[in-house]
Ligand binder design. Structure first.
Ligand code: AMP
Ligand code: MG
Length: 401
């Protein structure tokens, strides 16, 4: 049996990322950048006010207080979006609003709350509190400087990155093309969800599960019809899948049973196949290969085995294919609420719930066919063979994406 790390290394090490393409920034959330992004400008682009109030020269106001207010003459106003206007002179103030540029000569902003105006003297503003230089001023370039790296190649762009790039005026990024993933489910017992079941048949549920995960991993998906357990049909379905996708993922039919045809069909098409028993539970049989530069992943049919092998071996490959560097699942530290033991010989990826306080509890049923437990869980804990972990032990949770 192959260790998970060795299997992962073989899967990801040979992957060449897909080419980049220009993507409008607003459509680039969740995409992996193919090129570093350098800022073309400073952010903020000019010194501006952090408050609604009055912009002033601070030197005259160092001693201002409620008992000894300092009076300034009011000259004009600068709303956000307006040019900075004329130079501010000593003894003057100007009404200013959040985000408006500071006029030349000004070096501070007084909050409106620290001033008073007498209706009888509308041209005079009394400052009621001491002002220090640069109070309530946001400086040019304090957020981003021209030439600074804003995002690296291989990073996944999220909402915050989109805001950052948009704020410096970038409208398009170079992102790796989305892989197209073709999904096949094999099994003569499988029926399209919502169809008519005769005794012995079950509804097919792996394709939409893997589709959801593949989309979350940035891929486009093509869902192909269910494939019965026979060699010619499996071969034809695989050929159609390779015509449709950069990546083909099948579930079922990769064990050693008399009705398992996926490996044979893939080789009959000329595919270069590796078949491993990866030393993890659930998810032991795993087929992997290449065909004309396209990638093949044959997952076990049991839904929980399929999802665990997808998360640990296929998801990293889909991320690498998009040039991503961070291929692991997000992790969180928690504390066990029950004893966890693994009497087996393989690492057990236990499905767990994790509450907001970090309390980690294995879901009740851990069978590789148990979907209710999977649906309850937020992640996996990697439990080595032969251990007994006591209540209160800190554990790392591999979180579902
Ligand atoms: P297999 O890997 O083909 O031996 O399938 C193992 C188990 O998973 C069997 O109980 C199958 O009925 C079940 N199974 C296989 N494929 C699917 C699927 N696409 N949806 C739901 N269950 C499946
Ligand atoms: Mg089967």
């Amino acid at each position: 049996m192959l260790s998970l790390e060795a299997a992962l290394d073989r899967v990801v090490s040979g992957i060449t990322p897909l080419p980049g393409e220009r993507v409008p920034l607003h459509a680039a959330a969740g995409r992996w950048l193919a090129q570093e992004v350098i800022s073309p400008r400073d952010l903020p682009a000019f010194d501006n006010s952090a408050m609604d109030g009055y912009t002033v020269q601070s030197s005259a106001l160092a001693q201002a207080s409620l008992e000894k207010p300092v009076q300034l003459s009011l000259r004009g106003e600068t709303p956000a979006g307006h040019a900075p206007g004329e130079t501010l002179l000593a003894g003057e103030c100007r009404r200013i609003f959040t985000g408006a540029p500071l006029p030349p000569g000004a070096d501070a902003v007084v909050m409106q709350e620290d001033t008073r105006m007498d209706p009888a003297a509308p041209g005079v503003v009394s400052v009621l509190d001491a002002v220090r230089p640069w109070d309530h001023v946001r400086f040019r370039g304090e957020d981003v400087k021209t030439g600074m790296s804003l995002a690296r190649a291989g990073e996944r762009l999220n909402f915050a990155g989109i805001a950052l790039l948009g704020a410096v005026g970038i409208r398009e990024v170079s992102a790796t093309r989305r892989p197209k993933v073709a999904l096949l489910a094999t099994g003569s017992e499988l029926v399209e969800p919502g169809g008519e079941l005769v005794p012995g048949q079950i509804f097919e549920s792996n394709r939409s599960m893997i589709e959801a995960l593949a989309r979350e991993t940035g891929c486009e998906t093509v869902v192909l019809p269910i494939v019965a357990d026979d060699l010619p049909g499996t071969r034809a379905a695989l050929a159609a899948a390779f015509a449709a996708g950069d990546v083909v993922i099948t579930t079922g039919g990769v064990s050693v049973g008399a009705h398992d045809f996926v490996k044979e069909a893939f080789e009959a098409l000329g595919g270069d196949l590796a078949f491993w028993k990866v030393a993890i539970r659930p998810g032991k049989p795993f087929a992997w290969g290449r065909l004309n530069g396209r990638h093949f992943f044959g997952l076990p049919g049991n839904p929980v085995s399929a999802v665990v092998t997808f998360l640990l071996l296929v998801r990293p490959a889909l991320i690498r294919l998009q040039g991503g560097n961070d291929v692991g699942l997000p992790t969180a530290l928690g504390t066990l609420t029950t004893t966890l033991r693994n009497p087996g010989e393989r690492r057990h990826f236990v499905r767990v719930k994790m509450d907001r306080g970090g309390q980690v509890t294995p879901v009740g049923q851990q069978g590789s066919h148990i979907l209710s437990g999977l649906a309850e869980a937020q992640g996996l804990v990697d439990v080595p063979p032969g251990v007994v972990w006591e209540i209160g032990r800190p554990v790392e949770v591999l979180r579902f994406p």
